[in-house]
Design a protein around this ligand. Sequence first.
Ligand code: ARG
Length: 368
Amino acid sequence: MPSDFIDKISALKAQWPDNIAVQCFDPAYFATLSEGHKLRLQKCLNSGVENPDSEMGCYACQPSDFDDFKPFFARVLARHHKVAEDARHVNNWDLGSVEGLPEDGVLDIAKLGLPALSMRVRVGRNLRDFALPGSMTKDDRIRLENRMMGVFDRLIAMPEFGGAYYSLTPGNPCFIDDAKYDALVDAHIMFKRMDTDRYLIAAGIAADWPFGRGCYASADRELMIWVGEEDHLRIMCMKRGTVLNEVFDRLKLALETVESIEGMEFAYSADYGVVTSCPTNLGTGMRASLHIALPNLTADGTDAKAKAIARPLGLAVRGIGGEHTPIGADGTLDISPSARFCITEAEIVAALYKGIVLLKDAEAACGK
Ligand code: ARG
């Protein structure tokens, strides 16, 4: 009931100052909405209301939610991404558009004296003609997976990709059992189970697990496409190496290949760029990261020093096991530019490169 909902949010506002969705919710704006739109916006906030410790506290549930509920989402986006409420996003993958990179455009960390590191770039993408994961029915999830399997057949037939699809959907011809699933999770190919994540459960995103969920991996296992996680698709390239362009360029090629196939129209917003479920990912949907061992900077057993150096550069530091994981025993950290919105794809990769330059120097100075 909308009135109970408003009472609940009003109570939470006083208690949870860091819950962005709760704080940005405006009852006066809500009152202007039609009954149907009220229910839709209420659904977007469900995760943050059920989990008041949320930092973001909302997810879009339809590709048009960011545009349809702009007065709400513009505030949310401004607050999280630290941009103006009328900020507009522009996508651009051209590294030539960014200042301060090596002349030849090759981002090779070997030239900085660093060894081969584990590099990863991922983007979230959603199809325009399906509800977003929070509002999909079980049938939608299965239809999406089946549509993607047609696309994967095409990639598997291409010499530059090859590989296989692995499905968690009972009865799917590519179904894999628990042992195989666990092995793929351990190999960082498949995503972790979603049905234990209280944020995704309350958002409706984890519903019908494991139906419609699966993962494509290329023959060299350096390109992965997840189906049915937080976004319809998470497309990622990972590789141990020194040249950042390799993962970045291959991801772009994979994206262009997928998007050129009929039925693969991705959801974009005219003002906000790539549409993702979580407002934290909107714009580029991109997360680029490197795993780097910083034993000197983490000698105290914490990532506090690395964080202090990385934060002013706009880099987030976390453990290598994923979101909310502790640092590795050998001082290995996952470093990633925090910005996804009102930054270009090229700027994200450049920020990662420049961050590594500075962290490497700080690590060396700390060892002296
Ligand atoms: N919904 C959670 C929160 O609001 C997580 C948000 C960011 N993480 C993510 N995987 N989208 O705190």
